[in-house]
Write a protein that binds this ligand. Sequence first.
Ligand code: PLP
Length: 391
Amino acid sequence: MLDRLTAQPADALLALIKLYAADPAADKIDLGVGVYRTADGATPVFRAIKAAERKLVEMQDSKAYLGPEGDMGFVRALAPRVFAGTDVLGRVDGLQTPGGTGAVRLAADLLKAAGTKRMFLGVPSWPNHAQILKAVGLPVETFTHADIATQTIDFEATRAALASAGEGDAFLLHGCCHNPTGLDYSEAQWDEIAETLAARQIFPVIDIAYHGLGQGWDADNYGLRAVLAKVPQALVAYSCDKNFGLYRDRVGAIYIVAKDADGLPAIVSNAAAFARANWSMPPDHGAAAVRLILEDEALTADWLAEVDEMRARMREVRDALAGYGMAGSVDLKPLQHQNGLFSTLPLNADQIKALRDDHAIYMAGSGRINIAGLTMHNLPKFVAALAAVTA
Ligand code: PLP
C-alpha cells in the first residue's frame, strides 16, 4: 500500500536551516527561518513567559484533558486584545488551537462544511495557506497581492478579485505584517475592501500572526476593525507564537464573529467537532502561560515592553536598510514602510544562490528575507553582498 506514495519535495526552508548550520563561515547570515532574533541573533524565551511558566509549575495541579476547545480562560483573556476598538465582543466566541496554523485549518474546515464555493487568496502568501486549503478541498482563486519588482501592493488585482467574488465566496486576508512581502493594505484600501466585502456578501477570514510587531497593537488591527465594522460574520485566525515567542509550544485561537450571540453555539460546536477529529485537543502549556500573563497586570506590562523592543528593533533595521538607498539593482527604500518580520526582494535564483555560495547569506528561494536576521553589525556586509550579486 505505502509503495504507492510518491516522494514529496523536502521543505525548502527546513533544508536551508541544515545548510546554514553546516556552513563554517564565521560571518554567515541566516535570513531564512521565520523567527524573531535579537541583535545578538538569539530567539529567547520572553521574560514574562518564564515567569508565567514558573507560576504554572507551582500552581497547576492536574493535566487531565480539557476538551477540544482547549483553555477557554486563554481564549477569553485574549479576545479583548484581538477585538479592541470593535463592538463585536458580545457576538464572538472561540477555541484554542495548535498555533495560527490550527486556526487557519479550522477556518477552512468550517467554510468547506458551510458550502463555501471559492476561497480568494492574494499571492504570494504564507505557503501553508494554499496547502491547508488544498488539504481541506476548498477551491482556491488566487490574485496578485503585490508586485515584488516595484515593491507595491497590486490593489487593482485585489479590486478585480473582489469584483469577481460574491455571496458564497470567502476572502483570506493577512491582518497585518503580510508574509512574505511585508506589504500591508493602507487604511483607505482596507476601508474599500471592507465596503466591498459587505456589499458583495463575501465572507472574510482574517489571519493575524504578527499582531503588535508591525506598527503597534492598534495600527496593526486597523484592517480587522474596518472589516468587522461592515460585515455581519467573519472568522479570525490568531497566533500567539510570534508575539509571545512561543513558536514550538503551538499557541493560537480561532474566533468566530457571528451575526448574533444566539448563532454562536451551533458554529462553535462544528469547530469543536473538527478540532476533535484533527487533533482532539490543543497542547495546554503555552496557552496556559499566555493566560497567566494576560491575567496579571505586571506580567502583561513586561510582555508588552518586550514586544515594543522587538518592534523597535525591526523598525531600526528597516530604517537602516532604507538609508542605503540602492544596493546594486535592489532599491531598499521601500522596505522602510513595510511591516513585520518579512520582506521579499526582487532577486532571481542565481542571485540567491550567489549570496549563499559566495557570501554565506541564507534566504528562502522566493527572495524572502527575515528582517530580524539583520543587525547593525551584519547589515553592511549584507548590503555589500546584495550590491555585488545584482551589479
Ligand atoms: N499565518 C501566517 C500568515 C503566518 O505567517 C504564520 C506563521 O508563519 C501562521 C499563520 C501560523 O503560525 P503558527 O502556526 O506558528 O502559530
